[in-house]
Design a protein around this ligand. Structure first.
Ligand code: ASP
Length: 439
């Protein structure tokens, strides 16, 4: 029988109603054997995530403030879930122990991790599954980096002992036994690790959206959902700002060739988005897979006579950036010109030194800098095969009366990147989306 690892995010486990939906989803498919749980998230717009309440407790203890009131809010959330689920379970001993441990300065990561710990104990009880504490199966090294191979073997051993289990997301332990968390949203990573260790056929990541959208819904009204995206496309889109999964959640499953399916707990019948290692197929209706972009870029343009035939011009210019610890994003060049596109925030502290050094060492005939640029990536594995995709993108932009400041087609041919001024960003994304949208 197929084996599925399912991870449920904070909004999917925010209250008893959501717990019930989650249980229905799990129980409807016997292959959903291993469950990774987040801490209770927001129930409504201005609600506070339990993880944030726990961070708040930690800060208050550090400032020697009293946490009784805020801790009572955390207790109420868990007790409310237990009561509304109608299970006979007393969590007060655990909650008291955690409060005392926090008061005895057990650390920031310990505090933050207790949200998933308690939620997973409750979920395991409700489902009748075993509970596996992440501190015994997810390991970090002395230097704080994640110990992937040790974790994989220990986790695989432990999972073999359980037919069904709930594992809290987000944290593991250091060699000295103290708790350490991944960065925020890290339950996605735990889910991926469990999927790899269990050798799962699929990693289902259940959240509150029906998959990944072709464009940012804050810019484009009701964009289509991406049905299938490859890991490479996902990386290009995520790098340019599309957020769907924790960045580190991709590598463990990618390595093992396990597909990820992003699903919506509130609309379980929808197929969501499949993230796969590779596929030659693409949806011929959607030649492009997605559009993502970011603001906050600067371009340095250098002109020099005979740049093209001057040996080492490019290398020496880039060396100046390297010496100043500035990395570049893109490097479009012409015969006697080269432009370097940089992240403005990273460039800012080194701006003067980099520019004066380029002026002195490279002796350009012209050196200009342009700020307030945005980059838009149009990503799609179908682009390699379908003629006219670039033409369509440029048509869309020119019809919207927007000036393109730079064009860069990645050598992988799965993306075309254009730069436009920041004030044109939203209009450009909309124009491109509408050009490719199925009417
Ligand atoms: N609860 C943690 C957070 O809010 C981890 C997670 O939900 O993935 O970041």
């Amino acid at each position: 029988m197929a084996l599925k690892v399912v991870k449920f995010g904070g909004t999917s486990l925010a209250d008893a109603e959501q717990f019930k939906r989650v249980a229905d989803i799990i129980k409807s498919d016997p292959s959903r054997r291993y469950v990774v749980a987040s801490a209770p998230g927001k129930r409504f717009k201005d609600d506070i995530k339990v993880t944030d309440l726990l961070y708040q407790c930690y800060r208050m203890i550090k400032n020697r403030e009293n946490i009784d009131e805020i801790y009572a809010v955390i207790k109420d959330r868990y007790n409310g879930i237990i009561k509304d689920l109608g299970i006979n379970f007393d969590i007060s001993g655990e909650l008291e122990y955690i409060k005392n441990a926090m008061l005895s300065h057990s650390g920031r990561d310990f505090a933050a991790s207790r949200g998933e710990y308690i939620n997973s104990i409750i979920l395991a009880k409700y489902l009748g599954f075993d509970f596996i504490d992440a501190e015994n199966v997810i390991f970090f090294k002395e230097n704080g980096t994640f110990d992937e191979e040790y974790t994989n073997s220990m986790l695989a051993e432990e999972l073999k002992l359980h037919e069904h289990a709930v594992i809290p997301g987000f944290y593991g332990s250091m060699p000295n036994g103290t708790i350490k968390t991944f960065s925020r949203g890290g339950s996605d990573v735990t889910g991926a690790l469990v999927a790899r260790a269990a050798n799962a056929d699929i990693y289902e990541n259940w959240t509150d959206v029906s998959g990944m959208k072709m464009a940012d819904p804050r810019i484009v009204n009701d964009p289509d959902t991406i049905e299938t995206v490859t890991y490479r496309e996902l990386r290009e889109l995520s790098y340019m700002g599309a957020s769907v999964l924790h960045e580190d959640a991709v590598f463990p499953v990618q390595k093992a060739g396990i597909p990820i399916n992003i699903r919506n707990t509130n609309c379980p019948d929808e197929k969501g988005t499949m993230i796969v290692a590779s596929t030659d197929n693409y949806d011929s209706k959607h030649v492009i897979t997605g559009i993502a972009g970011k603001k906050g870029f600067t371009s340095i343009t250098i002109e020099a006579d005979n740049m093209n035939s001057t040996l080492g011009f490019g290398r020496r210019t880039l060396e100046i950036l390297e010496e100043n610890e500035v990395s570049f994003e893109h490097l479009p060049s012409g015969i006697d010109t080269m432009s370097i596109v940089l992240n403005t925030e990273h460039f800012e502290p080194h701006r003067d030194k980099v520019l004066t050094t380029i002026a002195r060492k490279m002796q350009p005939t012209c050196l200009s800098v342009e700020d307030n640029l945005s980059l838009i990536a149009v990503v799609g594995r179908g682009m390699v095969k379908v003629k006219g995709t670039a033409a369509k993108i440029f048509d869309a932009i020119s019809e919207a009366d927007i000036n393109i400041r730079m064009i860069d087609q990645g050598s992988s041919e799965i993306n075309i990147i254009i730069a436009v001024e920041e004030h044109d960003f939203e209009a450009a994304v909309k124009a491109i989306y509408n050009k490719f949208a199925i009417k």
